[in-house]
Design a protein around this ligand. Sequence first.
Ligand code: SAM
Length: 282
Amino acid sequence: MTEQHRTVGRVKEVTSLANPLVKDIKALALKKFRDQQHAFMAEGLKLVIDALDLGWSIKTLVFAKAGLGNPTIEKVAARTVAAGGTVLEVSEKVLSAITRRDNPQMVVGVFSQQFVALKDIRPRDGDVWVALDRVRDPGNLGTVMRTVDAVGARGVILVGDTTDPFAVETVRATMGSIFAVPVAKATTEQFLAWRRGFAGLVAGTHLKGAVDYRSVDFGNRPVLLLMGNEQQGLPDELAASCDHLLRIPQAGRADSLNLAVATGVMLYEIRRGALKLEDIRA
Ligand code: SAM
């Protein structure tokens, strides 16, 4: 039998694309296998360090041969081993195959997926949550998560049949915020039941909304911002569950704003009083 990998200390050296560990990681490109393994992949040394610092559970650390001797990578490798994970040192060919990129990052981490249960979300004063109805585009979802993180909102609730927050494209678009922003998922019915117990303001956004988004006093109550699907907008039953249906005025010929842009505009309005320039991280 050909050797599938060579183990040096706690690190396995892998050069073959046929290696079963590599095959499992490559399979994470497909939702079916992400669900089976309950895992996902994140690229980049900084992201992996942030994830470990935030307590995410690492299953596998993959790094390029060229990273050997890099003290930061070695530290992360040691943390991975201490957490019970596997460390793979791979050729650039293997790393390109895993990430499907010609110039891959030197480090990739495979982490366990984490969702927050809807029943455990009990917003307090000042908290802002974003609910996305059937969001389809991974780029939109990732951008919304990044914006939620940036404005200091609490998290995202995915309603109905949505794109996967742990898809490679979504994770890339979050630019690391996947590890900072809690995500819950719910059917429309589960969401509506939870919403009935929500003691705050539910602000929906709608192209037919009668209220200018700038005219609402969001105050310090918990706010739930509800955004509609990219093609269809909010369905009637979700629109009916909102305290206000808000509209962002438009001047030109565009029918609507992009979902992530509209979410950003709304979040900056809702969080206007809470955000100070001095808070921006250096
Ligand atoms: N054709 C869809 C419709 O009729 O609603 C367009 C949906 S738009 C691309 C996606 C979501 O972004 C909307 O459901 C709404 O939540 C939000 N949105 C986009 N532009 C908006 C605006 N000018 N005012 C309020 N919400 C807006």
